[in-house]
Design a protein around this ligand. Structure first.
Ligand code: ZN
Length: 105
């Protein structure tokens, strides 16, 4: 598995990708309705995430996820530590029995 930080327009940096919550090299594309290999693919719908949006997203959504650190971010102080990282607010899960999930610790 490759985690290439090439700064290119790959799906991992696109706002339309909901990253898979287990297989984080995959993501569900909201435009194409397809699972993408996010580190390898790019497409003409690509739209980069605006870093400035992250603050608002954290306030309204309550959490963000740093891909690079594998950490969930709840507070703006935490977000400051991850600004140079790949931070997302969307995770996609194809696990059906979500009601069976153990409570977050
Ligand atoms: Zn981070």
């Amino acid at each position: 598995m490759e985690y290439v930080h090439n700064g290119g327009d790959t799906c991992i940096d696109c706002r339309y990708i909901e990253l898979h919550d287990i297989y984080r090299y995959m993501g569900y594309c909201e435009v194409k309705y397809e699972l993408m290999m996010v580190y390898r693919t790019t497409c003409n719908h690509f739209s980069p995430i605006d870093r400035g949006e992250l603050w608002e997203t954290l306030e309204t959504g309550g959490w963000l996820y740093c891909i690079d650190c594998g950490e969930v971010i709840f507070f703006t102080d935490e977000l400051k530590l991850h600004l140079d990282h790949r931070v997302r607010n969307k995770l996609f899960s194809d696990i059906i029995a979500t009601e069976e999930s153990p409570a977050a610790d």
